[in-house]
Design a protein around this ligand. Structure first.
Ligand SMILES: Cc1ncc(COP(=O)(O)O)c(C=O)c1O
Length: 349
């Protein structure tokens, strides 16, 4: 386990960050109340700040990205409908089948290029339910940034096109924007413009923004009130949640402004890797804070490379025998990045 305050560099995920002193102070001093009764002023403030930041009417604080997505999808759909999503969407692959188990949906995956679905493929997947053999499309889900594709971004124009197409068929759109601020920073756009065409968006405080817990679902006031009911159904009504919302407020205020540093660190590591023999990195996918690398050598595979890095106090986790995902975040400094690059050159050079 990484020990804060040591020299360990943790590149396994941006979920591994520890709350900084300002967050801990905010948590200790947070004004709280019973949020299930709408009485927690800190949660209320966070929900308002988040909705304003994303240009939506209202926000709902939830325990995790998984909960935010689940509550959104459940509120958008009815059992027996289909959800269109990218083949490697987090919600499809890594959210423990909540789509089927809780929402009663049939996933209709569409294969994208670097996580981006082509509009014509999405259109071909939409069903209005007039064919008795087909389920009706209940929702289109987009992921920005796309985790498994390597933190790739969907632009404002691409988002607009996909949303317009879905809306033309009366299909709502939900964005899994766990790292939406990374996308906005990489694209140099206002996050509100990026999510404006979609009906709802979920983003995480506990990833690149650096907070210990929590995510936010944003949408219309009416939608959020319905979502609030379902959050209660699945046990997501938290009581004095202002304690964790306080850290999320600090994350929302301080986090986005420094994400370009994480992106620069990821770029530096990716460019170092791309120069090393038998290591493949598609540099065109390194748009934000995630690097996917492939080990194409006989003398080392992904697990042994992770073990070698661990001896240098650098944590990484293999995705399989050949692939590793590295993620930069607030606790990876300029010096750490140089150290990672030197270690990679020593091990693989
Ligand atoms: C794109 C994306 N969506 C959703 C989630 C789920 O978030 P959580 O782990 O907070 O449930 C993750 C987690 O890594 C993610 O990368």
């Amino acid at each position: 386990m990484p020990t804060p305050g040591t020299d360990q560099i943790d590149l396994r995920s941006d979920t591994k960050t520890m709350p900084d002193p300002e967050m801990r102070r905010a948590m200790a001093e947070a004004e709280v109340g019973d949020d299930v009764a709408g009485e927690d002023p800190t949660v209320g403030r966070l929900e308002e700040m988040s909705a304003e930041r994303l240009g939506k009417e209202a926000g709902l604080f939830v325990a995790s990205g998984t909960m935010g997505n689940l509550v959104a999808i459940k509120t958008h759909t009815r059992p027996g409908e289909e959800i269109i999503l990218e083949t490697w969407a987090h919600i499809y692959r890594y959210e423990a089948s909540g789509l089927s188990m809780i929402c009663g949906l049939l996933p209709r995956p569409v294969t994208g290029v670097q996580g981006r679905m082509a509009p014509e493929d999405v259109e071909a997947a939409i069903s209005d339910g007039s064919n008795i053999h087909r389920a009706r499309t209940g929702v289109l889900e987009l992921e920005n940034t796309h985790n498994i594709a390597g933190g790739t971004v969907l632009s404002v124009a691409q988002t607009r096109e996909l949303c317009a197409l879905a809306h033309a068929h009366h299909v709502p759109v939900h964005i899994d924007g766990a790292r939406i601020f990374n996308a906005a920073v990489a694209l140099k756009v206002d996050p509100a413009d990026l999510v404006a065409p979609a009906d709802t968006v979920q983003f995480c405080f506990s990833k690149s923004l650096g907070a210990p817990v929590g995510s936010m679902l944003c949408g219309t006031r009416e939608f959020i009130e319905q979502a609030r009911r379902f959050r209660k159904v699945i046990g997501g009504g938290m009581r004095q949640a202002g304690v964790i919302a306080a850290a999320a407020i600090v994350a929302l205020q301080k986090g986005p402004g420094r994400l370009h540093e994480d992106h620069a660190h990821a770029r530096q590591i990716a460019e170092t890797l791309a120069e090393l023999p038998g290591i493949y990195v598609d540099l065109t996918t390194v748009e934000t804070n995630i690097i996917n690398l492939e080990v194409q050598r006989d003398d080392v595979d992904a697990p042994s490379l992770c073990l070698a890095l661990e001896t240098c106090d650098i944590l990484a986790v293999p995705r399989d025998d050949r692939h590793i995902r590295l993620v930069t975040h607030v606790q990876v400094t300029d010096e750490d990045t140089d150290r990672v690059c030197r270690a990679l050159m020593e091990i693989l050079g």
